[in-house]
Design a protein around this ligand. Structure first.
Ligand code: PLP
Length: 406
């Protein structure tokens, strides 16, 4: 911690990104920086792009930016659209709202659909709503549909395949742009199979890296749109990057050391296997939800079919400031939880259960929350700690150590 106070043990970073960075990745990042035009670098670049394609489940180009996720949002829009273009965006929460604001600032005309008020922030994307809107757009003025896969402000994961089917059912040519900044490498995500044109992601969530890298996965249709798109772009322009990436290099200096970390992350995901990674997150999510249910507190996601494997939003009772509870938990127990953002500020907090954590990290996290809630005077219906312990004890995870020893 960059503080004067001394803390023992590891800080509990249970926010839904940045997620804890594994020691293996920290060690990889600490290796000496090499020449980004030198002979070794090209091999690294090619390995990274091939590995990322597996994680996005795509055969098509993936672009890596030395930027936070917000940069990759901007890149997706400026590479495919022209000034004044209409885009259909879906309000699932704070991150969808920030992306819309970004689109406005770029000179696009976003139309924001979704349920009005705070209720929409408890639901996922309604694909029927998108289909109806696209059917009404008979002259095809809408150039792109933009949705968030895992809405990190609420803990709701939307069905992207259903959005693709809605666009196709409407016979509409709009591009499909998807933010999976927090979904990738934690929840199942299939760029090619789901017919996504641009997938957007970042390093500091499921990939377990520090912040600072972000990604665009492309489709042939997105690459074709890139040729006629008129929004100004230079740093974000795909053409030069994709051309140089063919030999594993970049037009500018990439984040060499973060790329070492990415190589290690991809190796770890490959060793475990993506299906195991997804199952692990689902199981953790179910354990944490069992705790919240035992407390008798509502979960922010109101649709049980859309619970996020990455995080759980916990709504605090009327009159209890969720941020005051979070601050108390941080101060007393050295545990960081996610704040309520935008419309739900002070009304809920978020427990991250992604990346480099394990059953006991999450039992301890639930314990920290439970102590903090009780100290804040919240009447709990029962023990979340008992519930999460029971869940993990009764549901074995994959990838366990062999029994044995002396
Ligand atoms: C984290 C996140 C972002 C923002 O990414 P930055 O790296 O903070 O720019 C956008 N969308 C979603 C869904 C996120 O989880």
């Amino acid at each position: 911690m960059l503080l004067d106070a001394h803390f023992t043990g590891r800080h509990f970073l249970q926010i839904p990104g940045p997620s804890p960075v594994p020691d293996r990745i920290l060690r990889a990042i600490s290796l000496p920086t090499i020449d980004h035009r030198g002979p070794e670098f090209g091999a690294l670049g090619l390995t990274l792009i091939a590995g990322l394609k597996k994680v996005f489940q795509t055969q098509h180009p993936v672009v890596i930016y030395p930027a936070s996720g917000t940069g990759a949002w901007e890149a997706a829009l400026v590479n495919t659209l022209s000034p004044g273009d209409q885009v259909l965006m879906y309000e699932t929460g704070h991150f969808a709202s920030l992306w819309k604001k970004l689109a406005e600032r770029l000179g696009l005309q976003p139309e924001f659909i979704g349920l009005p008020g705070a209720e929409g922030w408890r639901q996922g994307v309604d694909a029927n709503h998108i289909e109806t809107r696209l059917r009404a757009d008979t002259n095809h003025a809408i150039k792109a549909v933009c949705v968030v896969h895992n809405e990190t402000s609420t803990g709701v994961t939307s069905n992207i395949a259903a959005v693709r089917r809605a666009i196709d059912a409407a016979g509409h040519p709009a591009l499909l742009l998807v933010d999976t900044i927090s979904g990738l490498a934690s929840a199942d995500y299939r760029h090619d199979e789901w017919g996504v044109d641009v997938s957007i992601s970042g390093s500091q969530k499921g990939l377990m890296l520090p912040p600072g890298l972000s990604f665009n996965a492309l489709s042939p249709k997105a690459l074709a749109a890139n040729k006629t798109a008129k929004l100004p772009r230079s740093f974000w322009a795909w053409d030069e990057i994709v051309a140089m990436n063919a030999t594993g290099y970049w037009p500018y200096t990439p984040s060499t050391n973060l790329l070492y970390g990415l190589a290690e992350s991809l190796k770890m995901l490959e060793e475990e296997g993506l299906p195991n990674v997804f199952a692990r997150h689902k199981r953790w999510s179910a354990g944490v939800r069992a705790a919240v249910t035992a407390w008798g507190l509502p979960i922010q996601c109101a649709d049980a079919s859309l619970y996020s494997p990455i995080l759980t939003g916990v709504m605090t009772p009327e009159g209890v400031d969720a941020d005051a509870v979070r601050a108390l938990i941080h101060q007393r127990f050295d545990l960081s939880l996610g704040t309520g953002l935008g419309k739900v500020k002070g009304r809920m907090f978020r427990i991250g259960h992604l990346g480099d954590v394990n059953d006991l990290t999450l039992v301890a996290t639930v314990a920290g929350c439970e102590m903090g809630l009780q100290l804040a005077g919240v009447k709990l219906a029962g023990s979340g700690v008992q519930a999460v312990m029971a869940y993990f004890a009764e549901h074995r995870g994959a990838g366990l150590r062999p029994l044995g020893g002396g």
